[in-house]
Design a protein around this ligand. Structure first.
Ligand code: GLN
Ligand code: ZN
Length: 501
């Protein structure tokens, strides 16, 4: 081949490796210096320094983006509502192409410091950005080991909680969301457009919650949920309640297949503007004697599914978000919510490519951010977490280290191979590996679920096993959900009887 493209953005060591090993003089280097995965403008001063460095090594260089542009939105031209204060810092795909041209011009101009393209960029980056919150910064700086440590230790809490909740063995629960039927989506949309009043919106949501609680009680689930009808999306919803986030109209990006998401943007320091879920959770709990899980999204997932800042580290942003979610956890607890689930659906997503970087670059702060969220609760408050995709055999000890009391995840599609890992690693957190796949409308039979539970019981102690679907039910219809959950409860009851549990 004649040329090779290297990523200088995520490839933190790319320059170092070139300096160490040199670069073949018969090849062209396509230097990925404009970030293809984020929406911020390029910092020309830094980029020019890097390119000059390559030039000095007589490397034949083409200026390029760090990767293909499918991870970012198309053009800023249609982003009309957002104010210029923010937009001046933005660069979507077509603007990144303009940046490449400008950088080329700068590099080719001897006296580039006076070029208007360059001076404007320098000015942009030297300006103090709005959205700075010294209070949040101080809180993050003051964090110490004890803020990341929940006491008493897991084994003691487990005993206390068994006593507190007196749940049957193999407790049954769901992951949080119930079907988002068209009436739910329509009502949320009308509320957003101010076509219905807040009072009417609340009345509707409460009727959905009441219906959901009644259904779960009727079929005999043990730990209930409110149904998450108020949420469009598990990240955007929280972003909207947090100071420091901004939202775009048009920044849609592909998530997978034909699905698209519009990630919120971390602009400033993050703090909780107001209670985010307390109203819905306490209303749901007021309708039943059974425990209702408070339902939150964890800091790592919120950050991983947003466009993050580039002017502070991911770690610092994660801790800021963690402190905000922690406030919500403590509020829920103070309002009588005894079980709180903090979803970390996307925990694995930002794991670095190189295994040697896993801890230092990511897990060390990602796991700690989660621990920070829940370390302040009482021993009898039960902390759950949920993760999608079951590819975590290689980080299973880190997951245990999140120090949740219960974790539910998706193992049903991977033929429960994860169970062997749980056993081998003596996983201590209680687990609900998911007894059926919610990604299809197919209704699992009682027999089928029983056989899955039996398989689980051969690997996981009956003292630690929870019975639940493998993910939230929001993409399912009511009909199959009702039948599937009825079968889940029936299967569990039969297993309990057959095994005298
Ligand atoms: N609690 C969320 C739900 O039930 C979890 C979603 C997810 O794991 N992606 O929808
Ligand atoms: Zn999930």
């Amino acid at each position: 081949f004649d040329g090779i493209g290297l990523d200088f953005i995520e490839g933190k060591k790319t320059l170092e490796l070139i300096e160490k090993n040199g670069f073949p003089c018969d090849k062209v280097l396509f230097a990925g210096v404009v970030n293809g995965k984020n929406i911020w403008r390029n910092n020309y001063e830094k980029t020019v320094e890097l390119l000059k460095n390559l030039q000095n090594k007589s490397i034949n260089t083409v200026i390029s983006t760090s990767c293909s542009l499918l991870h970012i939105p198309y053009t800023l031209k249609n982003e009309v509502k957002l104010s210029d204060t923010y937009k001046n810092h933005f660069s979507y795909a077509s603007e990144k192409l303009v940046e490449l041209n400008e950088i080329k011009k700068i590099i080719e101009t001897e006296d580039y410091c006076n070029l208007p393209e360059y001076t404007a960029n320098i000015k942009l980056f030297s300006k103090e950005r709005s959205g700075c919150n010294t209070n949040v910064k101080e809180k993050v700086n003051a964090l110490s080991e004890k803020d990341f440590t929940r006491l008493p230790v897991f084994s003691e809490r487990e005993k206390i909680q068994k006593e507190e909740f007196k749940l049957p063995l193999l407790p049954t629960t769901t992951i949080g969301s119930f079907p988002q039927t068209s009436d739910v989506r329509q009502t949320r949309a009308s509320y957003k457009k101010a076509n219905i009043s807040e009072t009417d919106y609340e009345k509707f949501m409460k009727s959905k919650i009441a219906e959901c609680i009644e259904f779960q009680e009727n079929i005999g689930l043990d730990v209930l949920v409110h149904g998450e009808f108020e949420r469009n999306d598990m990240v955007e919803y929280f972003g909207e309640c947090l100071d420091g986030y901004i939202f775009t109209e048009k920044a849609w990006v592909q998530s997978y297949g034909t699905r698209c998401v519009k990630p919120p943007v971390v602009w400033g320091d993050i703090s909780r503007a107001k209670p985010m879920t307390v109203k819905w959770s306490t209303y749901a709990q007021s309708l039943t004697e059974k425990p209702v899980k408070g339902m939150l999204t964890g800091p790592v997932t919120i950050l991983n599914w947003s466009f993050p800042r580039e002017d502070i580290s991911l770690k610092e942003s994660a801790y800021q978000i963690a402190l905000a979610i922690r406030e919500e956890v403590l509020d829920l607890e103070a309002s009588g919510i005894k079980i709180i689930q903090i979803d970390e659906a996307a925990l694995r997503e930002k794991l670095p490519l190189r295994k040697c970087d896993w801890n230092k670059e990511y897990l060390d702060w990602a796991i700690k951010a989660f621990r920070l969220v829940h370390s302040g609760v009482k021993s009898e408050t039960q902390i759950h977490t949920h993760m999608c995709y079951s590819e975590f055999a290689d980080i299973i000890e880190d997951i245990d280290n999140m120090d949740a009391d219960v974790i539910t995840f998706e193992a049903s599609r991977s033929d429960l191979t994860l169970l062997d890992v749980l056993k081998a690693k003596k996983f201590r957190t209680e687990v609900g590996p998911g007894v059926y796949d919610i990604h299809s409308p197919r209704i699992p039979t009682v027999e089928e679920i029983k056989s899955v539970i039996n398989k689980m019981l051969s690997k996981v102690s009956y003292n630690k096993l929870w019975i639940n679907p493998d993910c939230g039910l929001k993409t399912r219809g009511n009909e199959e959900t009702v039948q599937s959950l009825k079968n889940l409860v029936k299967a569990t009851k039969e297993i309990r009887e057959e095994n005298n549990l």
